[in-house]
Design a protein around this ligand. Sequence first.
Ligand SMILES: N[C@@H](CCC(=O)N[C@@H](CS)C(=O)NCC(=O)O)C(=O)O
Length: 203
Amino acid sequence: MKLHFSPNSCSNGIHVILEEIGVPYESVRVNFQNREQFSEGFRAINPKGKVPTLVRDDGSVLTEYQAIAFWLGRSFPEAGLLAQDIEGQARALELMDYMVATVHMRGFTFIFAPQRFTAVEAAHDEIRAHGRGIVTDGFAQLGEVLGGRDWLLGDYSIADATMFYLTTWGRGREIPMPDNVSTFHDRMLARPAVQRMLAKSAV
Ligand SMILES: N[C@@H](CCC(=O)N[C@@H](CS)C(=O)NCC(=O)O)C(=O)O
C-alpha cells in the first residue's frame, strides 16, 4: 500500500491507522507548498487533488477519509481498530462523518482558508470566527461522547485516530477544548504509532 499524505493535514489520521495496523506501506509526501496536489502527476492518481489518497496493493486507488479509514479497519480486523458488529461500525462512521464533514470541513477549513469562500478580505475575520464556533462546539460534543472514557467508542478505534488530527489542529490554533478532550490528545501523543507517524511525516 502507498499513502499519499501531507504533514499536519487530515491524512495524519490515516497515517496513524496504518502505523497501528503495522503492515508494510509506503508514505509519499504531497508537497502543498509547491501546490503538488494540483500537479498532473498527482491528479493522475487522485483527480480530486486531495490527501489522504490510498493506493492499494492491487493498484486501485481509494479516496475520501471515512472510506479509507473504514476500509482499513475492515481489511485488518486483527488490529482491532473497528468493531465487528454493524452497530459498532455505524457508530464509528457516524463519529468520523461528524469529525471530517462538519468539524474539519465546516469548521477548520473556514479558519485556515477563508479566502476560499470569499475574495472580500473584510469578511475573512467573520468567516474565521464562524469556523471557530463550529470547532468549539465540535470539541464540546466530542467531549460529551468521550465522557470519562479513554477512547470515543470505549475501545481504541479508527475514530480516535481521526479525532487526533482535529485536536492537533485545535492545539495549534489554541481553540478551547474540554479537559477530557485535551487529555485525550496527550494520551494519543503517548502512543508509539502516533510517535512513528510524527517522525515519518516531519519535514
Ligand atoms: N473530503 C476529503 C477531504 C480531504 C481534504 O480536505 N484534504 C485536504 C488536506 S486536510 C487537502 O488535500 N487539501 C488540499 C487542497 O484542498 O488543495 C476527504 O474526506 O478525504
